[in-house]
Ligand binder design. Structure first.
Ligand code: SAH
Length: 397
């Protein structure tokens, strides 16, 4: 392993297990590592602290191991087995009602730059760093060991997430398939509901697993309500709302591909076509044009409005505008489930944007619940930056 020495006094965050070393903390790099190489990190005094992937950019090292040896033959198997154990502990791996979950959530699992979602035997991997991209064959081997006969395929979907670097072949594809595995899509179970997941054609790894618990709350509150699901993707919240006894659900997304999946997911769960209507449309325009009071449960789950700090101010304004519209339009006694998945918008920022939105409408609004990401999208306690999903349940008089 190549070596790297920190500046004097810059070892503190590493000793507190923060998984990133910023380039400004680095005093000296020995041996000219290539991006993605493993480097050993030493304090200015020469004490070994950690090892991780070398990166070009403001984050110089993403740490894989503080005490151990990431070159050890069992490193990947041990790391993935530990991630599996954590999912097992919260009842996700042996559940009869749910057979899809996030196995690895980057820094939250001590594996910065790596996402692995599990869809009933199919693991979809996304590398967000060169180091993880280069490790994918080892990761695939480790997945085979962790899952054994249960594993059906490992699909690499890093082309949109790994930083493009000359020499990296960013082409998505299967790293491994069990004999007889049919490529394409699969149907998974989430809290007893069926969903088609297409990892090759779909957004992200194919499904937004992070809304599992929040969907269950929509199910709990949907009885007898007329529901509008904005930014619905493949209809996760819509299926749960119908499952919970909603009278009717309208689903809206700008992606025609996603809307085609919504129709299939509604049918797959045995609901009748007259219980649900699909709209391929801009959700913001759709909301602006509906009559007041038509819906008594509105779900607002937009894509991240701010992808970096510089976009924060505009994003907050956009959240405010969108939420003001939803609060204005919902029927008296109605619910608004509103979310933000922008990492740079923290829960206080978001609550403030929604508060401003409510004030703008002049309606009486109660916060009935607060949402976050589920257990399999774990946040490392030493890396609070891993928290990204937040939401509020509003009750509007
Ligand atoms: N609620 C979904 C996840 C939403 S992800 C679920 O539970 O699975 C955000 C979605 O917003 C994506 O499907 C994307 O296609 C859609 N989208 C982005 N911009 C949009 C717009 N202006 N109008 C409607 N949909 C939009």
């Amino acid at each position: 392993m190549k070596k790297l020495y920190l500046k004097k006094g810059r070892d503190e965050s590493v000793r507190r297990f923060h998984p990133w070393i910023f380039s400004g903390a680095v005093a000296q790099v020995v041996g000219n590592p290539a991006e993605g190489d493993l480097v050993a990190v030493y304090s200015a005094e020469g004490e070994y602290l950690a090892a991780g992937h070398w990166q070009i950019g403001s984050i110089a090292v993403r740490i894989l191991s503080f005490a151990g040896d990431p070159t050890a033959p069992s490193f990947w198997e041990d790391a993935l087995a530990a991630a599996f154990e954590a999912r097992k502990a919260v009842g996700l791996t042996e559940s009869a009602a749910t057979n899809c979950y996030r196995l690895v959530h980057g820094e939250g699992d001590g594996l910065p730059g790596l996402i692995i979602d599990y869809y009933d035997g199919v693991c979809v991997l996304q590398a967000h760093s060169v180091g993880m991209f280069r490790a994918k064959a080892q990761i695939c081997e480790a997945l085979k060991k962790v899952y054994g006969d249960r594993l059906k395929a490992v699909y690499d979907k890093s082309s949109g997430t790994a930083p493009f670097k000359a020499g990296l072949e960013l082409v998505d594809g299967y790293l491994w398939q069990a004999p007889g595995f049919e490529v394409g899509e699969t149907s998974v179970l989430e809290n007893g509901h069926k969903f088609l997941v297409n990892w090759t054609e779909g957004q992200k790894t194919g499904f937004f697993l992070d809304q599992r618990e929040n969907r269950a709350l929509v199910e709990r509150y949907a009885r007898g309500r007329n529901v509008l699901n904005l930014f619905c993707y493949t209809g996760g919240f819509s299926v749960y709302a119908l499952g919970g006894g909603a009278v009717h659900v309208d689903s809206v997304d700008s992606s025609a591909k996603a809307m085609a999946m919504v129709d299939r997911n509604i049918a797959l769960n045995g609901f009748k076509p007259d219980q649900h209507t699909s709209y391929t449309a801009d959700a913001i325009e759709f909301l602006a044009n509906i009559e007041d009071g038509k819906y008594d449960l509105i779900i607002v789950d937009p894509p991240a409005f701010a992808k970096h700090r510089g976009a924060l101010k505009n994003a907050l304004r956009a959240y405010q505008r969108l939420n003001a519209r939803a609060i204005e339009k919902v029927a008296p006694g109605g619910f608004v489930f509103t979310f933000s998945c922008s990492q740079v918008v923290d829960k206080e920022d978001f609550a403030l944007a929604v508060f401003s939105a409510a004030a703008q409408t002049g309606r009486r609004v109660r916060i009935m619940d607060r949402f976050c990401q589920p257990a399999d999208h774990a946040v490392g306690i030493y890396h609070p930056e891993g928290e990204y999903l937040k939401g509020l349940l509003l009750y509007v008089e």
